[in-house]
Design a protein around this ligand. Structure first.
Ligand SMILES: *Cc1c(COP(=O)(O)O)cnc(C)c1O
Length: 397
């Protein structure tokens, strides 16, 4: 019989019934340690009481009015996000792709306002920006694009991490913006050189382009600062957020600073659900928890610990190509594809992910304990050893 849900995901054969902190339990009661957080969504852990309470309270008060009216929690959340990030105003949507759509529309309108005929955005190899037509065009993955032609006009692609390649685009007078992930997530936890964003900032300033950072995966304390761009001393013009902003309640945000602030006016963009009282109150609670638990510092500290431990256990192991990370955005790259490790970890009660074929991606909740971190490090190291050298170790069941 045809499954009533469209097969757009290759799903693992497990159904979770409950979560608490870094733990999940499936419908048979088996416990799992979550080292993925729903792909960097549940950064403050599952069923966090303060967030659940905020959602319940708001559900009893008011779920939705409309952006035709003032919305107190939206206003307060926008002010808080601006205070944390140095941006000046915010548009709210419901997902990452929508946040990036807003950024793309800001860039195009910004271009048209200054007379650019075909506003064009520079995007990166291996980028991931979402699945809508414009964002899948911006995404640097031919597999995600296959079959969906005609793609959207107005994008050119350069190699991620190569600021010179961006500078070389200056001869194209249609360029209006650069869209970049400060750390690439889906692309394989790729971390550019420390001077990459500062150089992009300088190039954008020189040519009057907008610097737009996609922090949908790397933002919200994940890398050890509120936003990953804050590891550099720069201010982008546009930033997009989603994923962990609502800890699982759907919400996306597009923030603007400087030249990008007054681009949108009434009628230029909108969303029925965007910024509704429920999502915004949940996001405010998420930020309060992150502040209360000092999770930026915790992510930074634990990230260092993960890296040092993995380096100790896996450096020099034949078949391990690289160990890298920024805060709790951690990648262990092997020399060959290792997707089967996800299932092996699941059988042993742990959720991990493999992206870009051969990169083990770990995005644990920022609230994990030292002991839970050790459990993840030990199990992933053992799985990698057994995968690469089955004779030497015990083969996982
Ligand atoms: C997940 C992700 C998106 C897309 O977000 P959706 O909510 O799935 O639309 C965009 N950019 C980055 C960097 C992401 O990690």
């Amino acid at each position: 019989m045809t499954n009533a849900v469209m097969p757009t995901y290759a799903r693992l054969p497990v159904t979770f019934a409950k979560g608490e902190g870094a733990f999940l339990w499936d419908t048979a009661g088996k416990q799992y340690l979550d080292a993925l957080s729903g792909i960097s969504v549940c950064n403050v852990g599952h069923a966090r009481r303060e967030v659940a309470d905020a959602i319940c309270a708001q559900a009893h008060e008011l779920l939705h009015t409309s952006n035709l009216y003032q919305i107190e929690h939206q206003q307060a959340l926008a002010e808080k996000l601006c205070a944390l990030s140095g941006f000046d105003n915010v548009f709210f949507g419901n997902s990452g792709a929508e946040a990036n759509e807003a950024a793309i529309k800001i860039a195009r309108l910004y271009g048209h306002n200054k007379g650019v005929a075909v506003p064009t955005i520079i995007v990166m190899s291996n980028a991931f920006h979402g699945r809508t037509m414009a964002t899948v065009t911006a995404t640097g993955n031919p597999k995600a694009q296959a079959g969906f032609a005609p793609l959207v006009e107005g994008f050119v692609r350069v190699e991620y991490g190569d600021a010179d390649a961006v500078a070389a685009m200056a001869s194209n007078s249609n360029i209006v913006a650069v869209l970049v992930e400060p750390v690439q997530g889906e692309g394989g936890i790729r971390i550019p050189a420390a001077d990459y964003l500062p150089r992009l900032r300088a190039i954008c300033d020189q040519h009057d382009w907008l610097l737009m950072v996609d922090e949908i995966q790397a933002g919200m304390a994940r890398t050890g600062t509120w936003f990953a761009f804050q590891h550099s001393k720069i201010q982008p013009d546009v930033m997009t957020l989603a994923k962990a902003l609502g800890n699982g309640v759907p919400i996306g945000a597009c923030l603007a600073a400087g030249k990008a602030v007054n681009v949108f006016g009434p009628g230029n963009h909108g969303s029925t659900f965007g910024g509704n009282p429920l999502a915004c109150r949940a996001a405010r609670a998420v930020i309060e928890v992150m502040e209360h638990d000092n999770l930026t510092a915790r992510a930074a500290e634990l990230g260092e610990y993960f890296l040092s431990q993995f380096r100790e256990k896996l450096t020099g192991v034949t078949g391990v190509r690289d160990i890298r990370g920024k805060g709790l955005m951690i990648g262990v790259e092997l020399e060959r594809d290792c997707g089967e490790l996800v299932k092996q970890a699941l059988e042993r009660g742990m959720l991990i992910n493999v992206t870009a074929g051969n990169v083990i991606r770990l995005l644990p909740p920022l609230i994990i304990t030292d002991a839970q971190a050790d459990q993840i490090i030990t199990m992933v190291s053992e799985l990698v050893q057994a995968f690469l050298h089955p004779a030497a170790g015990e083969r996982p069941s």
